[in-house]
Structures are given as structure tokens and as C-alpha cells.
Design a protein around this ligand. Structure first.
Ligand code: GAP
Length: 487
């Protein structure tokens, strides 16, 4: 039975030791809740993002991509509801002044309000709760909202400088471009827009490694559909997104769908389900990887209201939008962010299904799930069994020894292979040690040039999981590995 990771500390140490993830600003003592991806980590995370993009944009006819700026007009966040509502409920411990998210407080008996709650909570509800910092029981202030958006200033002159927000989700950039995409492509509802990129939240609860950080990357889809078909698309995306994780190697028993209770729903959602991963720490803790929400027509409708409130802008755009200024009652159906269905000859504001994933959380789950310490043929080794599509390095290339022309031959193979995907050349130390190092990095294949190569032009190809070795003609190495790696 292979050993898995049981403690978060072990995972953090492993990520650092192998160059996957470092604390940000490490040389200055670190910056809380910010992390950097090292040489292997940057490849892994990019592969996660590329696989997501391939699956939701490249392989579908009903999806297009987008890459918006992080800084947006402040009206975006006013209209979306974030300025007024995007906050966590926190309580301060009267003994040590530490602030904690109310939904993360545990009781004396260990019972926990694990999930974000939007319901009202009073001081009385916290009498049994324990401060995670000093251990005091029931010593909390009245819960208060803590705003999660980071603010920044734009502009050099006092008179024209304005306060902007760092986006807390990529989603709003998609809504703000809904009209642009409709007007510049021939895509028709139902269709979706995908975007991945950085988001920022001044999170209260930290110390969760890359699971919860203040700067993170999201991979989000807003899928626009006709009202009434939203339930069907919600089901479609639940299935698609769950399959994406298992197809890329996450064990199905470590994944589950959890439906949100009504009091957990975000201010915009009609329904929401989380894809959760069973992180193997402590007793085994199910945690959110991705949320799939039915956002209804909330956002597009809100942005229509936002546009209307900026009358000057609206007047200037009137001709290009080909939409007259509308009264309140008509606004809903016929506003500039409505959609005209040519075939049915009807106009409506589309409903939106939103599968919203975290690139960092996904990367963490793929890492944890791939890790194993095991004994194979009497040998102990630790290995990262990444799906080849996610592996940071695809092939290690070694000369058995540093003589008899082996390094030259190995180098030639290496140079051929690296044109297609990331490879690693290594000629230092015993070949067994070199294999172990690649197992620890999760490299699916190693190619070794040895004494026999100069006789019959064959090399060995060793497969990471089975550790099986086969000999193939060195002229066929590129073709053979491309096929195996699906690249
Ligand atoms: N647009 C919807 C939205 O942003 P969310 O549930 O707040 O929904 C979606 O975030 C996903 O983004 C989460 O499932 C998680 O994977 C990721 N995420 C959110 N906050 C995060 C944080 N502080 N650190 C890392 N990932 C985060």
C-alpha cells in the first residue's frame, strides 16, 4: 500500500524541497498568504491551466476565450454588488484581538461551521466557540463584515486620481465584455466565455498554503443560456467539470459534489454546488476546488442598471448600441445587454451558469493526489504519478556513463525531444539516482543511452509507474514518446 501525505507541513516541505512552491519574499521573512511557483511548479500550474483551456475552449464549439485587465472601472464592482456585499463576517477575540472568520470558528466539542455562511450571526451564537489563536472560549465581539477587495489608486494628479479595486474574481470582466463578444463573433446563445487570470482578496483566514491565498489564479466560465434551460446546463457543467479532474488522474473517491444550503448561497446565486477534494490531512478534510453556480440573469441585469446610472456614457453610446433609453419595466427585457434570438424572434437576458475553478487549488490537489511513497520490486521510492499531460518535465535523457560517445548521442536525442516538450538532461551520478530524481519530479519517461546504443542504435525507455524498461531504436524515440504523451 502506497503512503500518501498526511500533514500539511509535509506537503509544504516537499513543495519547497523539490522546487514546486516557495513562500513569497522568503529572503525577507515571507509575505503572509502569498506564494511563488518554482521551476517545477510553474510548469505544473501552466499545464493545469492549459488542460483547462483545451477542454473548455479548444475542444468545444460553444465557447470562446477572453483575457481582461485586472483593473476595471469601479462601476463594475458597484453594479456587481461586490462594493456593498463582498465581505466575510468576522469576530474579534477580546482576549488576544485576533480576528477570525465566523464560519471558520470551531466549538469546544470540535463542531464547526465549516462553510461560508451568509446568515446573520450574533454574539450569542459564538458563546461555545474557541479562539484559534489563544484558546479563549466565547470571548468574541459582535460579528462584523470585513471587506475583501483590495483598493489601489490610479492617476498621478490629485484631481483625476481615482480609487480602483484589484478584481476579486475574473467573472465580471466577462460580463463587461458580453456585448463586445456578441458583436464581434458569430456565436449564438447558448455559448460560454472562458477566462483565466489573477484575482485578489484580502482573506481573513490564512495559513492554508496555496489553498487560500490573497493573490490567486482563477479559471472561470460564464455560460450564457436561455432562461428555462439553465437547470439543464447546470447539470451539464457539473458533469463536465467533475470528469475533467478524474480524466487528469484525480482518484474519483477523493472527489465529491456538495450542494450549497440556501443560507450559504452568494448574493447572486440561485443554486450552487462545489466540487470538493478530500485533502488527506488530519482526519481527511473535504475542501472546495471549484464552485458551479447558477447566477441567473443577475449580473447582466445589474450591469444594465450600472450603465443606465452613468447617463453620460449611455447617451454617447446610444447610437452604437442601437437601443433607446428604456423605462424601468422595459429595461429588463430590451436593454443593451439583452440577446436577440434570430430564430425564435425573441429578446431576453440570458441566464448564466458559472463553473469557477482555482488554478492554485487544482494544482495543489493534483500534487497531493499524485504523491506516493511505495515499494516496487523491493525498492523504496517516492514518486509523483502525474498524468503525463500535467507532468512538469516529460522526459529525462541520460547517458549511462560520461564516455564512449554516450553524452553526445544523449544530447542529440535531448535536443530533438525538447523541441516538442520540456525535457531534462542529466549525466551526474549513478543512473539509479537519476531515475529516482525524475520519479520525485513526476517525469513519466526516461531515455538512457548505454553501451549497446553504439552497436545497434537502440536506447532504453523507462516508464515511471511500472518502472518497466524497453529498448527501441533511437530514431523512433521522438515518435514513440509523442504518442505516449499525447503531444
Ligand atoms: N466568480 C465566482 C467566484 O469567484 P468563489 O467560490 O469565490 O467564486 C471560485 O471562487 C474558486 O476560486 C474557488 O473554488 C477556489 O478554487 C478559487 N479561490 C477563491 N478564493 C481563493 C483564494 N483566496 N485562494 C485560492 N483560491 C481561491
Amino acid at each position: 500500500m502506497a503512503e500518501t501525505l498526511k500533514k500539511l507541513d509535509e506537503l509544504v516541505a516537499l513543495c519547497k524541497r523539490r522546487g514546486f512552491i516557495f513562500q513569497s519574499s522568503d529572503i525577507y521573512g515571507g509575505l503572509a498568504s502569498c506564494y511563488d511557483y518554482g521551476p517545477l511548479g510553474v510548469e505544473l500550474k501552466r499545464n493545469v491551466k492549459n488542460q483547462w483551456w483545451k477542454s473548455v475552449v479548444q475542444m468545444r464549439d460553444d465557447m470562446v476565450g477572453l483575457d481582461c485587465s485586472i483593473l476595471m472601472h469601479p462601476m463594475v464592482w458597484k453594479a456587481s454588488g461586490h462594493v456593498d456585499k463582498f465581505a466575510d463576517l468576522i469576530a474579534e477575540c477580546k482576549k488576544c484581538n485576533t480576528r477570525t472568520r465566523v464560519d471558520h470558528l470551531k466549538g469546544a466539542e470540535g463542531e464547526e461551521t465549516t462553510h461560508h455562511s451568509h446568515a446573520e450571526v450574533s454574539e450569542n451564537n459564538l458563546v461555545s466557540k474557541i479562539c484559534p489563536n489563544c484558546g479563549a472560549k466565547g470571548q468574541f465581539t459582535k460579528p462584523m463584515p470585513f471587506k475583501l477587495m483590495f483598493e489601489t489608486q490610479m492617476g498621478a494628479n490629485a484631481e483625476d486620481s481615482m480609487t480602483l479595486y484589484l478584481r476579486p474574481e475574473t467573472a465580471q470582466g466577462i460580463f463587461a465584455n458580453f456585448r463586445n463578444v456578441l458583436d464581434t463573433t458569430r456565436i449564438k446563445v447558448p455559448f460560454g466565455i472562458a477566462q483565466m487570470g489573477k484575482s485578489f482578496r484580502n482573506e481573513v483566514t490564512t495559513k492554508a498554503f496555496i489553498f487560500r491565498t490573497r493573490e490567486f489564479e482563477q479559471m472561470e466560465i460564464e455560460f450564457f443560456c436561455k432562461p428555462g434551460t439553465d437547470e439543464q446546463w447546470y447539470e451539464h457543467w457539473k458533469e463536465q467539470r467533475l470528469n475533467w479532474y478524474t480524466d487528469l488522474g484525480i482518484r474519483p473517491e477523493n472527489l465529491r459534489l456538495r450542494k450549497h444550503e440556501d443560507d450559504e448561497l452568494a448574493h447572486y446565486a440561485k443554486g450552487c454546488v462545489d466540487i470538493e477534494y478530500k485533502f488527506p490531512f488530519g482526519q481527511g478534510d473535504w475542501q472546495e476546488l471549484e464552485g458551479i453556480a447558477n447566477r441567473t440573469d443577475y449580473d447582466l441585469r445589474q450591469h444594465q442598471r450600472g450603465m443606465r446610472s452613468m447617463t453620460k456614457w449611455f447617451e454617447a453610446k446610444r447610437d452604437t448600441l442601437k437601443t433607446p433609453l428604456l423605462g424601468e419595466d422595459e429595461e429588463y427585457q430590451k436593454g443593451p445587454l439583452s440577446y436577440f434570438d434570430d430564430e425564435a424572434k425573441e429578446r431576453y437576458i440570458p441566464y448564466v451558469i458559472e463553473p469557477s475553478a482555482g488554478a492554485d487549488r487544482g494544482t495543489l490537489a493534483f500534487l497531493v493526489d499524485a504523491y506516493a511513497e511505495e515499494e516496487v520490486r523491493g525498492e523504496k521510492r517516492s514518486v509523483l504519478r502525474f498524468d503525463p499531460r500535467l507532468a512538469p518535465i516529460k522526459v529525462g535523457v541520460f547517458p549511462l556513463v560520461k564516455k564512449e560517445g554516450m553524452p553526445e548521442k544523449a544530447h542529440a536525442i535531448y535536443n530533438d525531444l525538447r523541441k516538442g516538450f520540456p525535457c531534462f538532461y542529466d549525466e551526474k551520478g549513478a543512473v539509479g539516482r537519476r531515475y529516482r530524481r525524475q520519479d520525485e519530479a513526476g517525469t513519466p519517461f526516461c531515455v538512457t543511452v548505454d553501451g549497446q546504443t553504439s552497436e545497434d542504435n537502440t536506447v532504453t525507455v523507462r516508464e515511471r509507474d511500472s518502472m518497466d524498461q524497453i529498448r527501441i531504436n533511437s530514431d523512433q524515440v521522438v515518435h514513440y514518446l509523442r504518442e505516449k504523451l499525447q503531444m
